[in-house]
Design a protein around this ligand. Structure first.
Ligand SMILES: NC(=O)c1ccc[n+]([C@@H]2O[C@H](COP(=O)([O-])OP(=O)(O)OC[C@H]3O[C@@H](n4cnc5c(N)ncnc54)[C@H](O)[C@@H]3O)[C@@H](O)[C@H]2O)c1
Length: 250
């Protein structure tokens, strides 16, 4: 898909990987809508990129639906939608010192990472399927964000890993559901990227993890992930697959 002038909606677009991807897409000519709960971050970025910021909680259907309607009224229906919004409540499933993982934070993590992503796919694709088709009948691209944690078994991240494996697992059935409408679905599973979310992990733990990255032995730059988002949008043969971008950290 050519990016010039198309509407790109990014949940979690105010910070980290979402913000970097919004910047890359805007530089390529897309008009971005940042759907995020944090307006203090989203509004100045949207202004800088010539897009719009819309407040929402992706785990709340009415809130997400209202945000999609508001963004569509502002910049038109999405041709590109990326579900970045996610949280990571790192905690062991049970330990002597902390007891069992609280079910409330399990539920919240699943609601944001899994339901927020799938509901985003449902609402964004509903808009996309009524658009005029481009070359090959392509109408839109949905990109979801899993994590290397879905495949690598990191201790203390059972709920996060389960939520991200669910996102990866949905990729092919989503692509098959939406293929008749010319909508592609891809998932990106990032390794370690330097963002506020990753920086919240204990320094010692991160140093150990980074030392396990074969090459390049460093944090990923969020812009590198944004470039992958752009490439997926541009390459129509990419569909129904999860791409790990992690310096071979498996
Ligand atoms: N940074 C990494 O190394 C890494 C690795 C693997 C996967 N990921 C995934 O990438 C995505 C982006 O992470 P990041 O590192 O950029 O984090 P981040 O914390 O910098 O950004 C997350 C954004 O999502 C928004 N958000 C969170 N919950 C929301 C909700 N309920 N409704 C609306 N907005 C909400 C936040 O306000 C924030 O702007 C997440 O899904 C995360 O799990 C990140």
């Amino acid at each position: 898909m050519k990016l010039e002038g198309v509407a790109a909606f990014l949940t979690g677009g105010a910070s980290g990987l979402g913000a970097a991807s919004a910047r890359v897409l805007a530089e390529a000519g897309a008009v971005v809508a940042l759907l995020d709960r944090d307006m203090a971050l989203a509004e100045p970025l949207a202004k800088e990129l010539g897009g719009v910021a819309v407040k929402c909680d992706v785990a709340d259907h009415e809130s997400l639906k209202a945000a999609v309607d508001q963004a569509t009224a502002a910049i038109g229906p999405p041709r590109i939608a990326v579900n970045f919004a996610g949280i990571d409540v790192s905690q062991k499933i049970a330990s002597r010192s902390k007891g069992p993982h609280p079910v409330e934070s399990m539920q919240r993590e699943i609601d944001i990472n899994v339901i927020g992503t799938l509901d985003g796919c449902a609402l964004f694709s509903e808009q996309m399927m009524n658009l005029e088709p481009f070359e090959d009948g392509e109408r839109g691209v949905l990109i979801n964000i899993a994590s290397g944690a879905a495949f690598n078994g990191p201790p203390g991240q059972s709920v996060y890993a389960a939520s991200k494996r669910a996102v990866a697992g949905a990729t092919l059935p989503l692509a098959r559901d939406l293929a008749p409408y010319g909508i592609r679905v891809m998932t990106i599973a990032p390794g370690f990227f330097k963002t506020p979310l990753a920086e919240s992990v204990d320094d010692k733990h991160i140093d150990k993890l980074i030392s396990m990255v074969p090459f390049p032995k460093r944090w990923g730059d969020p812009r590198e992930l944004g470039e992958l988002v752009k490439f997926i949008c541009q390459n129509r043969m990419l569909n129904g697959e999860t791409i790990q971008i992690d310096g071979a950290m498996r």
